[in-house]
Design a protein around this ligand. Structure first.
Ligand SMILES: *[C@@H]1O[C@H](CO)[C@@H](O)[C@H](O)[C@H]1NC(C)=O
Ligand SMILES: *[C@@H]1O[C@H](CO)[C@@H](O)[C@H](O)[C@H]1NC(C)=O
Ligand SMILES: *[C@@H]1O[C@H](CO)[C@@H](O)[C@H](O)[C@H]1NC(C)=O
Ligand SMILES: *[C@@H]1O[C@H](CO)[C@@H](O)[C@H](O)[C@H]1NC(C)=O
Ligand SMILES: CC(=O)N[C@H]1CO[C@H](CO)[C@@H](O)[C@@H]1O
Length: 430
């Protein structure tokens, strides 16, 4: 009996450490076993602060996710001071990796009056410190949908500066080479400049390790050509994009039911040699109606009930037929890709996009902002108006918190941002 217990305890420990880690080579992800890795993910944020602390819940969800061959979840917010060992082990045991956003509502990089400073770096680093030790931590995002308009492009250098500093921090602490990337809103006017900008330049320490896109272009009966996925792919192939790219949110809901037919394109011949998979938005059914599972019927909101009426714990019940549709696709879609040992890419970074007024207002020759630098629009400026000038002090940073969620353009584009409204209620409730 004792022996059996001991053995299973050891087996448990072994299992946690046994999952292969993920890293980048060229424009692909590989596991430490040498296999190409494709993200089959689901966005997972049951509660605003941190969905990775209640292991009873993690177990219930991980088991159902595993049954449809999910290999990743995306988590938008965590509390770095909380205890995550149990949930992280649960997901590792289920073969599920975590793609984690480093920012919090207080520290995210803003499009309006953009800046990148020590307070933000400290918060991002704290999340990295807590999660880098888990082998099933797949990658970090330095931002989600920061840019939503053409003239908002002035915020792009601050996103890139954040990636530069987090990569330097990762390396200074001798953490493994955890990929650090960005999750972009799918804004036609910013595409593909943002994508190219975040990868461009001849110093890879200043470029992102991967790029990802929140795209809701494939709705109902559609196709690779009709959806626009062909265009998305063209903008990757025509520059020989040099870092991995995947869909960090996808899954249009109108018209219902969700067929997830786009998965066949993403993991099929048309896209799988360029794209590294997709994350379906999202696990829990809530007000935005993107859920794959529900934890019970909607209840009357109230002081003792969730403020939006959506129960956020318990046994997950699949939404029909959406959940099965996704499952049916994923069952048949397992591209093998290439072996790392047989993959020897000779890719170069794309050129930094040219300055174009109101479309891409970043001077391709300007240096990245230093830590503490604040964007300063040049009065009546043209040409170099995007340059992040200013001193090391962030004294001119204006209070922009909360501005972005109120931006209608952003609400239109971003599904993830729907969380903000819901969560405002939660902060009061919890
Ligand atoms: C960084 O900017 C935020 C506003 O987003 C501000 O609250 C904070 O004090 C700044 N930190 C530093 C070190 O300047
Ligand atoms: C972008 O342009 C809009 C209106 O055209 C303006 O309201 C907004 O302040 C501008 N944003 C930046 C970052 O300059
Ligand atoms: C590359 O960028 C890093 C980070 O900004 C910097 O420390 C390094 O000096 C740069 N290398 C070259 C060759 O410019
Ligand atoms: C991006 O793709 C679109 C559609 O194929 C194309 O019109 C555009 O020229 C591409 N842009 C770049 C910079 O490759
Ligand atoms: C791929 C898949 O299973 N598609 C199904 C999604 O749901 C509808 C409605 O039940 C079915 O007609 C599809 O065959």
């Amino acid at each position: 009996m004792r022996t059996a217990l001991l053995t299973s305890a050891l087996a448990g420990v072994g299992a946690v450490n046994a999952i292969a880690t993920i890293s980048v080579k060229g424009s692909k992800f590989f596991t430490s076993d040498g296999d190409q890795f494709y993200v089959k993910g689901i966005a997972y944020q049951l509660v605003p602060d941190d969905p990775l602390i209640d292991n009873t819940q993690c177990k219930l969800d991980a088991e159902l996710m595993k049954s449809i061959s999910t290999n990743s979840i995306r988590v938008y917010h965590v509390d770095p001071s909380a205890e995550h060992d149990d949930c992280m082990s649960t997901f590792a045991d289920a073969g599920i990796y975590i793609w984690l956003d480093l920012d919090t509502f207080d520290t995210q990089i803003e499009q309006t009056s953009p800046h990148w400073n020590q307070t933000q770096l400290d918060h991002f680093s704290a999340v990295m410190d807590t999660f880098q030790k888990y082998d099933n931590l797949a990658g970090f995002f330095v931002g989600n949908e920061v840019l939503t308009t053409g003239n908002g492009s002035v915020a792009a250098p601050f996103v890139k500066a954040a990636a530069r500093d987090l990569k330097a921090y990762r390396d200074s602490k001798n953490y493994r080479n955890i990929p650090i990337g960005y999750s972009a809103a799918d804004i036609s006017t910013l595409r593909p400049m943002l994508q190219n900008y975040l990868a461009c330049g001849d110093n890879s320490s200043e470029a992102l390790d991967f790029y990802s896109l929140n795209a809701y272009e494939w709705c109902g009966e559609s196709s690779y050509m009709q959806s626009g996925y062909n265009m998305l792919t063209e903008n990757v192939t025509n520059v020989g994009y040099n870092i991995p790219i995947f869909l960090s949110e996808t899954g249009c809901i109108k018209p219902p039911p969700r067929t997830f037919d786009d998965q066949a394109a993403i993991f099929g011949d048309e896209m799988a040699n360029v794209w590294s998979g997709a994350i379906v938005y999202e696990w829990i059914m809530e007000a935005n109606e993107y859920g794959l599972v529900s934890y019970g019927p909607k209840v009357e909101p109230g002081p003792s009930a969730p403020p939006d009426g959506y129960t956020r714990s318990g046994t997950p019940t699949p939404i029909s037929p959406d959940f099965d549709n996704l499952s049916n696709h994923w069952k048949t879609l397992s591209p093998s890709g290439v072996k790392e040992s047989e993959y020897n890419p000779t890719l170069t970074a794309p050129p930094c996009p040219a300055f174009t007024s109101e479309a891409w207002e970043v001077d391709p020759t300007s240096k990245l902002p230093t830590l503490g630098q604040t964007y300063q629009a040049q009065a009546g400026g043209t040409g170099g108006g995007s340059q992040a000038t200013g001193s090391g002090s962030s004294a001119t940073a204006s209070a922009t918190r909360g501005a972005a969620p109120g931006n209608p353009a952003r609400e239109l584009q971003s599904m993830g941002i729907g969380l903000v409204g819901v969560f405002a209620g939660f902060l009061i409730w919890m």
